[in-house]
Every structure is written in C-alpha cells, then in structure tokens.
Design a protein around this ligand. Structure first.
Ligand code: PRP
Length: 180
C-alpha cells in the first residue's frame, strides 16, 4: 500500500500500524479484565459508528462476562472538527446498579463522553469506565486512565480502524493522519 492515500479532498499518511494497534488492544484488554476482576459482569456501550472495529477486537481479548449495547453518538457531521453538538440514540437496557464500560474510538473535545456520562448518571449506574483507542488530551478535560487509552495524539485529524472522513476510510486496518 502507498504511504500516502487520498480520501475525497484530503491526503493521509500512515500514523499507527495494524501491528501496533493489535499490541495496544491486547494490553488494554488485559488491563480492563483486571479492572473488573471483582465484578460479576459488565455492560459495554460501544459508540457507533467509529468504535465498531476497536470494540470487535477489544472484547475478543477480554474474559469479563459482558452484555453489549451499541449507542449511536454523532458529533462530526462529516467534517474534520467536532461540531460541539452530540446526538445520542440507542439506549435500551436497564442500567441501575450496573458497571458500565464505554468503548470509544476517539476522545477529541470530550463532548461525546460528557454526554454519555450525563445520560448514564441519570440511570443510576454503579460505575463508569472509559476506554478509547485514541485520545487528544490537549483538547479535553476527561479523566481517562492511561492504561485504557490506546494512543494519545496531538490535535491531528485521523482516519482508519473505524474512523472516517466523510464516511470513507473506516475499513483501513491502520490509523492514518491527515497531511493537508
Ligand atoms: C466521533 C468519534 C467519537 C466522537 C469524538 O464520532 O467516533 O464518538 O466523534 O469527538 P468528541 O470527543 O469531540 O465528542 P462522529 O460524530 O464522527 O460519528 P461516527 O463515530 O459515526 O463517525
């Protein structure tokens, strides 16, 4: 594969290889199993669409019994910068007293996580743990344990491994950084 690809009007170069992603996903899976070692089961909330690939790989590395939910969280609206407005849909289960694991592809401004935490808090959950493939710590105030974060990034726009630009690029096995 070429070291530079074009998606729509933007060019991208490979940033994190599939092998490096796989190593981090395995390590996060182990750390999460340890986090939940004293818990009977958890509910995972997978944020669609972006987290589908990370979640599929991560849960197969875990041994904690879990129920899975998919929640549609949308804030980019096809652009390269978060819009600031988060729409959530798809909550369906009873969460009272449950230990919840949110699986995110990327925490950028943090607005999606804040919206999810607010919605879950109203449902009287027992605990909320966040894992994210990527985080841009300089952009948000969310406190995520580093052992549950795949890669801490500068404020660059990325695609691949579930993340898109104008709905394209999600199928890429690695993470690619915009160079335009
Ligand atoms: C992206 C990404 C996260 C969120 C992060 O979703 O998947 O859910 O934005 O941004 P934030 O921290 O600034 O809220 P997007 O709106 O692009 O929807 P998608 O997952 O369907 O691509």
């Amino acid at each position: 594969m070429s070291s530079i690809i074009r998606i729509q009007d933007l060019r991208f170069t490979e940033y994190v290889t599939p092998d490096d992603i796989a190593d981090r996903v395995s390590a996060i899976g182990k750390a999460l199993d340890d986090r939940f070692k004293d818990v009977d089961s958890i509910i995972t909330i997978i944020t669609l669409k972006g987290a589908f690939m990370f979640a599929a790989d991560l849960v197969r590395k875990m041994h904690t019994p879990m129920r899975m939910e998919m929640v549609k969280a949308s804030s980019y609206k096809g652009g390269t910068v978060s819009t600031g407005t988060v729409e959530l849909s798809g909550f369906s289960e009873s969460y009272a007293g449950k230990h919840v694991l949110i699986i995110e592809d990327i925490v950028d401004s943090g607005r999606t996580i804040h919206a999810l935490q607010d919605a879950l808090h109203e449902k009287h959950i027992a605990s909320c743990t966040i894992t994210a493939l990527c985080s841009k710590p300089s952009q948000h105030d969310i406190d995520i344990s580093q052992e549950f974060v795949g890669f801490e990034l500068q404020p660059v726009f990325i695609v691949g491994y579930g993340l898109d630009y104008k709905e394209m690029g999600r199928e890429l096995p690695g993470i690619w950084r915009c160079i335009d």
